[in-house]
Write a protein that binds this ligand. Structure first.
Ligand code: EPU
Length: 438
């Protein structure tokens, strides 16, 4: 078993370049199976989720090569199976999307139930309703979804609530469905737009006609392409908060500022100074006090749910009482008990709201949706258990902020989404080691 040993208290300083976006790389790998021709992708992050997905595709007969130069080459001309049995499938939320190219290629598909981080039940009812409306027959039994298509039709579908992956599923399916499909209340996340850009570079006809409306005119065939995926906005947030928490100064490169407006505004509201130039974000984390904040997560362009955990950590260093209300996932505070172990003052609070992105019937009465944070508190190093990906990065930042030593278990969650995380932190001056054994 591997873990991180971290000694906190070191200001992080220097330059870091953010990787390509995880949540585009995974989708583009799947969408690349929609053509028989070669697809070449640049700027792919070398993360375990991508390697796991590539293995699943290889088992189906597809060719995927991922190079240390961050290039990925996909060739699906040899794809021969429409039935997924690989056990790591269930760990990846994005893997459900594999259903789409398999259906397009074989008119039928069988895939296991997909999962992802344990941050909620994560149902896919909104996608299933949309696919059913297009004529796809779906059934579920013994842990597998079976799907088949006899006649597929373009459609006009309105998502009941926002769904990032669900929107991507319907876009991919409609790209090769004759006629015009209109998706209303469709997700607006920049990662969705990058997938649209990728599909259009393969010859698809997809456009966003209004903020939350997407129009897809089906084409007969998609062709090969050469595409560079966008930078990961979550990495920007992680490194920015690392600078502030450790009272350091970091220059973050390859940043797309337009994807981060809400984050920048939140930083400014908390009194944190940022400087931006072309694709660089400079964070001066030495300024104190940090002001408290009241934030609710939301879909784009709101305050992203993936920033919720590191922001709560930041608020442990802010003056006064802050509040964080998680509205996208119903169970995304799994890291709070670990921060409390370190001395953070965070308690669940009840806020009356019906305005959640998850389905209320999936909510368990043990879940809480908001916390109150009293700061500033001095954090102390501890043995920590990582419950999920973003919580993992957060707990590493907490350990870097704290006095003394911490040991972090469950670091495979971090490998899923951050390339060489500890190495890159080390280059910024962090005292962090990846160690084997108990
Ligand atoms: N939901 C339903 N039914 C559906 C679809 C969604 O109830 O049919 C619920 C979900 O359970 C959740 C909420 O609606 O409570 C939002 O779900 P959404 O489908 O928008 O999220 P996702 O596609 O599962 C993606 C990213 C997440 C990111 C969210 C929000 C991928 C693989 N995952 O999840 O990324 O937090 O969008 O932008 O793209 C991460 O990278 O760490 C991560 C969790």
């Amino acid at each position: 078993m591997e873990s991180y040993l971290v000694t906190g208290g070191q200001p992080l300083e220097g330059e870091v370049t953010v990787s390509g976006a995880k949540n585009v790389a995974l989708k583009v790998l799947i969408a690349g199976l929609l053509t028989d021709e070669e697809v070449k992708i640049e700027n792919v992050p070398l993360i375990s989720d991508l390697f796991a997905l590539a293995e699943i595709i290889k088992e189906l007969g597809g060719k995927v090569e991922i190079f240390s130069s961050h290039t990925m080459v996909i060739n699906a001309s040899t794809l021969h199976s429409s039935s997924v049995t690989n056990l790591s499938f269930g760990k990846l939320r994005a893997s459900f999307l594999l259903l789409i190219p398999l259906l397009v290629r074989f008119r039928q598909a069988k895939i296991p139930l997909s999962g992802g981080d344990k941050i909620g039940v994560r149902p896919i009812d909104r996608t299933i309703n949309g696919l059913t409306k297009m004529g796809i027959e779906l059934d579920y039994g013994d842990g597998y979804y079976g799907a088949s298509v006899k006649k597929i039709t373009s459609t006009h579908y309105k998502f009941a609530k926002n769904t990032h992956t669900g929107t991507e599923a319907l876009i991919m399916m409609s790209a090769l469905t004759p006629g015009k499909t209109v998706l209303e209340n469709a997700a607006q996340e920049p990662e969705v737009d990058d997938l649209i850009k990728f599909l259009n570079s393969m010859g698809a006809k997809i456009k966003r006609t209004k903020a939350r409306t997407i129009e897809i005119t089906g084409v007969v065939k998609l062709h090969g392409t050469h595409f560079k995926i966008m930078s990961d906005r979550n990495e920007v947030v992680t490194f920015a908060l690392a600078a502030i928490l450790t009272k350091g100064k970091i220059s973050i490169k390859a940043v797309v500022h337009s994807h981060l407006r809400t984050f920048y505004q939140s930083l400014k509201n908390s009194g944190i100074k940022i400087k931006t130039s072309k694709d660089v974000l400079l964070i001066d984390g030495t300024v104190r006090p940090i002001f408290s904040s009241q934030i609710a997560t939301s879909f784009y362009p709101g305050f992203m749910t993936d920033w919720q955990a590191p922001w709560v950590l930041l608020m442990t260093q802010a003056e006064g009482v802050s509040q964080m209300h998680e509205k996208v996932f119903e169970n995304r505070f799994g890291y709070v008990r670990e921060l409390v172990k370190m001395g953070a003052k965070i308690v669940p609070v009840e806020i009356n709201s019906q305005d959640y992105n998850f389905n209320q019937q999936d909510d368990n009465q043990d879940n809480f949706h908001a916390v109150e944070i009293v700061g500033p508190t001095k954090l102390q190093g501890q043995d920590l258990i990582i419950p999920d990906l973003r919580a993992g990065a957060t707990l590493v930042l907490a350990a870097l902020t704290a006095g003394g030593r911490s040991r972090l278990y469950g670091i495979e969650h971090i490998d899923r989404g951050y390339e060489n995380f500890s190495q890159r932190l080390k280059l910024l001056g962090a005292k962090i080691e990846r160690v084997s054994g108990i």
